[in-house]
Design a protein around this ligand. Structure first.
Ligand code: SFD
Ligand code: AMP
Length: 659
């Protein structure tokens, strides 16, 4: 077929906005907001310019858009070394312990800031009873005792969590405008399409290009350093929800793998992209289960009331996955749930009614009413759809149990997963723990591309950061990004590719659509282009059937992966023929490209790792067990932007904190 090009003969040419800055933050979520706050503290006295660009409105963008009911990482009385042990156990033995330790020692400071900015955090009263965030109590930083749901998690009234965090980031950006005299440094509803490498210095970041999703404008940003925090990848696999329900997923549907795609195409090294997260969630509404397990102490059972994590299930699991099975981490719990589901012992039930009856035993009528309100608030704070499902299905949590299910897979590195980029670690921790020297190449959280820093979901091999840890990691990355700028004061980014050429590439799906739309009477169906919705459906079908989605009970193998990658190559050819009728579809088109890059990296890594390291997340049918002898290592990969080659390879794992 003829190769398409965009000469703006059919679609309207966009206005071009060129913006030069020093620090470019891509994303406006937890990590990006943390990075803006921290960057401003170091940049303002030096008059260093900071710019933030977010595809959405920062007040409610990213995973915390709806709010949250718990902060899942708060050390408090705990030792960061114990946090490392917990993360290592949950992620089946392989993590970058230097990065995890670093996060553990910094995360509480972010939580204290959230409280200072107005986030209501539940506290323990002196007599031990639970007070929600509305009741007067000393702040955490003043010795207030949080209500812990688990060892690491604390309860909050978090509906407006993201708004508060965004407000602090926006205030920091405003201060930076005042310090530098720059008129504008916060671009919302601008979708970044790709990063630009410097044309003089090899392997050096120089900027990024994107477009407004509201106006006909293309943006070209030049920068000396980029802090990338544009989230994980959702809707890469066919979701369990169908048709009009497809807007519903557990993780945010608008996080479309941009973080991965942008870094991969720039040539940054990936790590543990074979990992994924399959959360157990309340069925259909995708309501999180953590608060129910940990705070309300609910038990999940099969339909016969049996604990699926014991007995024969546990014995069979140990045979394949010992010594990790005994740690009872997130993947292992999923695995045993699936054993019962496959044996027809479902539905799996969260016994909310039993838990509430047990808690109510020591409560008076008023306290019981408060407990019921807390049960609803858990979802109203972070997953309103689940409260809708309860209301619609006549479910009263104090009377009826609720069904839970393993969801479709997500790619992320901040929750109970660790897919992301390989970054430089904290020099002092590396030195003190005897970690390999090559884990430190000078700037904490810098990727293998000079000047490109990774944070939050896309910083790899270091999961369980959650919202608070992602914010803290943004701050860590910002501080070292600033050091990088100060150490390279004379660098000026060189980008000679013309603005028109960059705009033509971004607007290609418009040109294709406008050129061919009258070829058929129904513009949705056309031999000359494919619409984003159809392309996405095809991608999800390939991922589901060949790369281990819900359709195959998360099962894949060498032969399936080979076939899937073949089909993905054909899909990529067709993706170049995407037609977009408006700005919304243009965004959908570019989101798809980013998802395709993400899923390709995921499949290539699964293909390379010949074992089933994460049962309950995915299985290699041809290597069903864990094989520590050959695979207790990181799997890394690198795409070469100059040649288009993609290589996977092993990297030594080293345990830094003793058991
Ligand atoms: O209950 C572009 N998370 C939880 N964390 C907790 O601490 N407690 C919880 O209770 C948590 N749970 C939970 C969580 C998330 C969700 C969705 C639910 C429940 C329902 C996890 C955290 O939210 C998560 O770890 C962090 O938010 C990750 O931070 P970060 O910065 O890596 O990602 P982000 O916040 O989603 O922000 C991404 C940003 O990028 C923007 N973006 N901008 C420009 N161009 C592009 N091409 C872009 N692509 C994306 C986005 O707009 C966004 O601003 S529970 O399940 O355990
Ligand atoms: P979730 O709501 O499933 O995202 O979980 C929130 C937090 O609770 C995360 O830190 C989980 O690792 C943890 N968690 C969830 N379920 C369990 C469980 N059954 N046992 C221990 N920790 C859990």
């Amino acid at each position: 077929m003829e190769k398409e090009s965009c000469t703006f003969s059919y679609c309207q040419k966009p206005a071009i906005v060129e913006h030069e800055t020093d620090v470019l933050i891509i994303g406006g979520g937890m990590s990006a907001c943390g990075s803006a706050f921290e960057a401003a503290r170091w940049a303002n006295p030096q008059k260093i310019r900071i710019t933030m660009v977010d595809k959405a409105a920062t007040d409610r963008s990213g995973a915390v858009a709806m709010g949250l009911s718990a902060i899942n990482t708060y050390m408090g009385e705990n030792d960061p070394a114990d946090y490392v042990k917990y993360v290592r156990a949950d992620l089946m033995g392989i993590t970058r312990e230097d990065l995890v330790y670093d996060l553990g020692r910094h995360v509480d400071d972010s939580v204290h800031l959230f409280e200072e900015w107005g986030l209501p955090i539940w506290k323990k009263a002196p007599d031990g009873h639970t007070m929600d965030g509305a009741q007067e109590a000393p702040k955490l930083s003043e010795g207030g005792k949080p209500v812990r749901s688990g060892k690491w998690q604390i309860m909050i009234n978090g509906e407006s969590y993201k708004v508060l965090v965004a407000e602090a980031a926006k205030a920091a950006l405003k201060e930076n405008r005042e310090a530098t005299g720059v008129a504008e440094n916060h671009f919302e509803r601008v979708f970044i399409v790709k990063l630009i490498l410097d044309e003089k210095v090899p392997n050096r970041i120089a900027g990024a290009v994107g477009f407004s999703v509201r106006e006909n404008k293309v943006y070209i940003f030049k920068a000396k350093t980029i802090l990338l925090g544009s989230g994980g990848a959702v809707n890469v696999f066919r979701p369990r929800s169908t048709q009009e329900g497809q807007g519903r997923a557990w993780y945010p549907v608008w996080n479309s793998g941009s973080g991965y795609a942008l870094g991969i195409q720039a040539g940054a090294e990936l790590t543990m992209m074979e990992n994924r997260f399959v959360p157990a969630r309340f069925k259909d509404g995708y309501g999180p289960v953590g608060a129910w397990f940990l705070f309300f102490k609910a038990k999940a059972t099969n339909a016969y009331g049996e604990d699926y994590c014991t007995g024969e299930n546990f014995e069979a699991t140990k045979k394949l996955y010992s010594p990790y099975a005994e740690k009872m981490g997130t993947a292992i719990r999923n695995h045993m749930m699936m054993m019962d589901m496959k044996a027809g012992k479902g539905p799996i039930l969260m016994r909310t009614h039993d838990a509430m009856a047990e808690l109510a035993k020591t409560m008076d009528a008023k306290q019981i009413k408060h407990l019921e309100a807390e049960a609803w608030e858990d979802f109203l704070d972070m997953c309103i759809g689940q409260a809708g499902v309860w209301a619609g299905m006549n479910i009263e949590p104090d009377k009826t149990p609720s069904e839970i299910m393993p969801t479709e897979p997500y790619l992320l590195g901040s929750h109970a997963g660790c897919a992301g980029f390989w970054t430089s670690g904290p020099a002092d921790v590396i030195e003190a723990t005897g970690a390999p020297k090559e884990w430190d190449w000078g700037y904490n959280r810098m990727s293998t591309v000079s000047g490109l820093f990774m944070m939050g979901d896309i910083c790899g091999a270091s999961g369980h950061k959650f919202s608070s840890g992602s914010h803290a990691e943004g701050r860590i990355a910002a501080k070292s990004g600033l050091a990088f700028i100060l150490d390279n004061k004379d660098f000026k980014p060189t980008v000679t590719k013309s603005a028109d050429d960059l705009a033509a590439e971004i607007y290609m799906p418009f040109e294709i659509y406008e050129r061919y739309k009258t070829y058929t009477t129904a513009p949705e169906v056309n031999p000359n282009y494919i619409k984003p919705k159809m392309l996405q459906a095809r991608m999800q079908k390939i991922a589901d059937e060949y790369f281990g989605g819900v359709g195959t009970w998360y099962m894949t193998s060498k032969t399936l992966l080979e076939e899937g990658l073949k089909q993905l190559a054909l899909l990529k050819e067709d993706a170049a023929k995407t037609g977009a009728k408006d700005l919304h579809e243009l965004m959908r088109a570019w989101e798809n490209y980013h998802r395709i890059w993400s899923i390709e990296a995921h499949a290539r890594h699964i293909q390379f790792r010949e074992e089933s390291r994460y049962p309950g997340y995915y299985y290699r049918g041809d290597f069903l067990a864990i094989n520590d002898k050959d695979w207790k290592c990181f799997v890394n990969s690198k795409y070469d932007p100059a040649t288009g080659d993609w290589k996977c390879f092993k990297k030594e794992y080293k345990q830094l904190i003793p058991d």
